[in-house]
Design a protein around this ligand. Structure first.
Ligand code: GLU
Length: 474
């Protein structure tokens, strides 16, 4: 299926791909995929101070990690400035724009006057109809758009509905600064037009810009793209999303150990729904995705929900894939690169074998890093406080009695379980009184996957050595 749908993701490279940007990208991507169209990428890098190559790289990395690809090369908005200037000149020639010779001081006065009169700050139209022959010498003019002053501009939005702006509220905005630099609303219109964008999907914070942009499209006689403005993402308490509540870069989610597929699923549900479905694959999302599923009200970012969803994805990911994801995650987390350097082929095999037990308990790859620590730990293990307590409370004696039983057992989870159980029965010991000290000396902690799996994965020699190390604690 191929169609003429063209969407675009147009981030400003301000350091990272934040989570709201990730959602915008996902929706543009899903819509393009759903329609058999294309998603283009435009880097809005006109702010030369903030738009560093590193910031651009961070966005591309974030998108790639999230599994979102784009068609063709990323377009640099800055590189297109001469085309933006050309369109400003066309608007000027058509009478849809004019030169404004107001000095910064005059504009400042205009602002102060409006503020004193408690009016919104707007350009007062000084040069709108003034004869350019009156232009003061030595002042470089800016070019302003001659916006319609009467009537209304309607944004027919796929999410927000019919949004009406009174034209008298929208002043004559600068499209080309006096230094020759184009401004945002002009650049976006020219780029979207030239790139053949048919559908604009972005945050609702751009709704007023949409009205201004529509006026520019009309002045140029260009078709206005379809628009869908997505509601904001709030924190769990309904307030503006703060860092604590998830307003972080996508790479922070990577470092927290979320799986891209889980994050895609979670982001999809921030503002879009398909019936009551909460868990769905990306392919399902694509096959269901459309504007009718987009909601108007702000959605709430909820870390607990994201964690639980991620846990679900972890459990349903095949072991070898999860190992792969884990190894890919390690370079992005503190202590990860050192650990990665130690994971050789036998260690990797161990990790894969331990995965069924480990993934049951891990909500994130970071959890997995902690809970798999025992596999990589070198002897003698450092016991945490709870583990030391278990050993002090009779653990040493219990293991002393158990050690010969284990030494004589066949080394697989089933036989080990049978041997420990019969020892428990024969000595009238509760199974927990054996399992807990075993866990303490084998993992250094009081929680772990099933203890017979732990024995099995660690292997005979390592297990018996760790137990003997533990007995020396007495
Ligand atoms: N560069 C703008 C932003 O990051 C988006 C512009 C647009 O989507 O039209 O907010």
């Amino acid at each position: 299926m191929s169609s003429s749908v063209v969407t675009r993701f147009a981030p400003s490279p301000t350091g990272f791909l934040h989570i709201g940007g990730g959602r915008t990208a996902l929706f543009n991507w899903a819509y393009a995929k759903a329609q058999g169209g294309k998603m283009l990428l435009r880097i809005e890098d006109t702010d030369r101070e903030r738009s560093t190559p590193e910031a651009v790289e961070a966005i591309l990395d974030g998108l790639t990690w999230l599994g979102l690809d784009w068609d063709g090369e990323a377009v640099s908005q800055f590189a297109r400035a001469s085309r933006h200037r050309e369109v400003a000149e066309i608007l000027l020639a058509k009478g849809h724009a004019y030169r404004c010779y107001c000095t910064p001081e005059e504009l400042q006065k205009m602002r102060e006057k409006a503020e004193a009169e408690k009016r919104p700050v707007r350009y007062d139209g000084t040069w709108r109809d003034r004869d350019p022959a009156l232009a003061p010498a030595g002042v470089k003019p800016a070019i302003r758009f001659r916006a319609p002053q009467e009537g209304e501009t309607v944004v027919n939005d796929h999410v927000m509905g019919r949004v009406v702006f009174q034209n008298k509220e929208l002043d004559d905005l600068i499209i080309l600064r006096s230094d020759g630099n184009p401004t945002y609303n002009l650049s976006v219109v020219v780029d979207d037009h030239d790139m053949g964008v048919t559908h604009i999907i972005r945050g609702v914070d751009h709704l007023t810009n949409a009205a201004r942009q529509i006026q520019i499209y009309r002045a140029m006689g260009w078709a206005v793209p379809e628009m869908a403005h997505l509601p904001l993402i709030h924190g769990p308490d309904g307030a503006k999303l703060s860092k604590r509540h998830g307003a972080l870069g996508v790479e922070a989610y990577r470092a927290m150990g979320y799986l891209p597929a889980a994050l895609r699923n979670y982001l999809a549900r921030l503002g879009w729904s398909h019936g009551d479905d909460e868990i769905f694959s990306t392919d399902e999302m694509i096959s269901w995705f459309g504007f009718d599923g987009l909601g108007k009200s702000p959605s709430r970012f909820d870390f607990v929900k994201l964690e639980n969803l991620n846990g679900h994805y972890m459990r349903s990911t095949p072991d070898h894939e999860l190992v792969q994801a884990f190894l890919g995650f390690l370079p992005h987390v503190a202590g990860g690169p050192e650990l990665l350097a130690r994971i050789d082929a036998p260690m990797r095999a161990k990790l894969t074998r331990a995965m069924p037990g480990l993934k049951e308990r891990a909500k994130t790859l970071l959890d997995l890093m902690k809970s798999s620590h025992f596999l990589f730990a070198s002897r003698p293990l450092v016991l945490d406080e709870k583990a030391r307590q278990i050993m002090a409370d009779g653990g040493v004696a219990a293991l002393q009695a158990l050690l010969p039983v284990l030494s004589g057992a066949e080394w697989n989870a089933q036989s080990l379980e049978a041997a420990v159980k019969s020892h428990a029965e024969a000595t009238g010991t509760k199974l927990g009184k054996l399992a807990q000290p075993l866990r303490a000396v084998l993992t250094g902690t009081s929680t772990s996957p099933g203890i017979f799996d732990v024995l099995d994965v660690l292997g005979r020699e390592e297990s018996l050595n760790r137990i003997e190390d533990g007995l020396k604690l007495s």
